[in-house]
Design a protein around this ligand. Structure first.
Ligand SMILES: [Zn+2]
Length: 459
């Protein structure tokens, strides 16, 4: 007979910034997330290793840095499946509600049930995803223990394309469309919670990365009809048609040349508009118009919320210590009393939940890239005190160093004044990169020892 739990409900709200659900910048209405925070354990300094979805989700499920697991935009997606395989071996029914992209199709390939969310246009909770999700969560109880991995796209960076139902199009639900969407998500979280028994369900709520949000977004990004222009152009220039079909990132390939053409044209237009706006906006307002996957690793794109609640989790006050996304799986394993692997870079957060405060670890960072077979522009490190990042290859772009304690908004670049700190932090980057080899070496040595032992036994 199957046992009755614990079940796991793992919700990733794509592109959710932590500072939009707590703190002074919060304008969304989130009674349900508040309740989870106030009854569970909330880590408000959870750091993502990069600035985009696939490597970060890969980092969560492999409990390794992306550079170590090799999970990037296009490669090694299979490596993220192991956590779910282990759960399957422990009799878990595996269920998912995830975007219909190559990465998530691979991740959920042998799940017992998967509902896909179409990403073009983004299907939202209000648009049917929510109803389907509620139905499935109710059905899950027939297959306990279960894990349901939910990856919501409602906040996905469609910039000004948020569709806000009339009811929420009001300042009381948030100052921006992004914040109003958070209010909508929160209401659905309330509906989901009503269907789940918290006594035997472990709930994890987090995000894959943050996002740049600006009230000036419309001034820059309002060129929705660019695709239509290209479609019309195809009639006059038929070769565009074949270009547009040459590859498809949803099929695990690079974006088609047509898509790349549209994206590049869009970028050129955005940059021109941005430089015109520079005269009128403050530095941080200009920064809010940035994109991910470029030359920066500000906290707004790599700091995400993390909540553990339900199944035996006792409330402790907000934990503001720096932790990593790759700590999530070791924590789940620890709670379920499943073994953690030596190759994990992440560690269990259970001591924090028992009011023991382990030391904070420096976190290696890098920007990701959408270009196949290449690496992101910058690498960096975040300690509780400082964040530093610099070009991966020597380039003209300057190194950035921020004093996180005294300048949490990362406005003053100290790189030129603090060569000793830069040197120290560069060494930390080098040590983490190098530890890759030492871990491999350690494993290799262990295997050799085991083989020798076996040979001796045979003798
Ligand atoms: Zn994402």
């Amino acid at each position: 007979m199957k046992n009755s739990g614990p079940n796991i409900l793992f919700i990733i709200i794509d592109s959710l910034r932590v500072d939009r659900i707590t703190g002074s910048l919060k304008t969304a209405k989130t009674p349900n997330l508040d309740k989870l925070i106030n009854t569970g354990v909330f880590f408000d300094h959870t750091i993502a290793p990069s600035d985009t979805t696939n490597p970060n989700i890969g980092s969560i499920f492999t409990a390794q840095y992306p550079f170590r697991s090799g999970v990037d935009m296009y490669r090694n997606h299979k490596k993220s499946c192991k956590f779910f395989k282990n759960l399957n071996e422990n009799d878990f029914f595996r269920c998912a509600t995830v975007p219909n992209t190559s990465f998530f199709r691979t991740l959920t390939k042998d799940f017992e049930h998967t509902d896909f969310i179409e990403i073009n246009p983004n299907q939202s909770l209000e648009d049917g995803v929510g109803d389907k999700l509620l139905k499935q969560i109710q059905l899950n109880s027939m297959n306990s223990p279960w894990i349901h991995y939910v990856h919501l796209l409602d906040l996905h960076p469609t910039k000004n394309q948020f569709l806000i139902p009339e009811k929420y199009n009001d300042e009381k639900f948030g100052k921006s469309k992004y914040d109003q969407t958070i209010s909508i998500i929160d209401e659905w979280i309330g509906k989901i919670l009503a269907k789940v028994n918290l006594n035997n369900t472990l709930i994890i709520v987090s995000s894959d990365h943050g996002e740049y949000i600006s009230e000036y977004t419309n001034l820059i990004h309002n060129i929705d009809n660019l695709e239509n222009v290209f479609k019309k152009l195809k009639n006059y220039l038929p070769f565009l048609e074949s270009m547009a079909n040459a590859g498809n990132w949803q099929k695990n390939k690079a974006p088609s040349i047509g898509t790349q053409l549209i994206n590049n044209t869009r970028k050129i237009i955005f940059e021109r508009r941005k430089s015109k706006l520079k005269k009128y906006l403050t530095e941080s307002e200009i920064r809010s118009l940035n994109y991910r996957l470029q030359w920066d690793l500000f906290d707004e794109i790599i700091r995400v919320p993390l909540i553990f609640v339900g199944y035996g989790i006792k409330h402790v006050p907000l934990i503001d210590k720096q932790i990593h996304q790759m700590d999530i799986v070791p924590t789940i394993n620890d709670i379920l009393q499943l073994p953690n692997e030596k190759i994990f870079d992440g560690r269990s957060l259970l001591p924090f939940m028992k009011n023991i405060t382990p030391s904070e670890k420096p976190i290696y960072l890098e920007t990701a890239t959408t270009k196949p077979k290449s690496l992101g522009n910058v690498v960096g490190i975040r300690t509780p005190e400082y964040k530093m990042y610099k070009p991966r290859l020597t380039g003209s772009y300057q190194t950035k160093l921020f004093d996180l304690k005294n300048d949490p908004l990362e406005l003053n670049n100290l790189a030129k004044n603090e060569p000793i700190i830069i040197k120290k932090l560069s060494k930390m980057i080098f040590d983490i990169q190098r530890s890759d080899f030492s871990k491999e070496k350690e494993l290799l040595k262990k295997r050799i020892r085991q083989k020798r032992r076996l040979l001796t036994l045979k003798e």
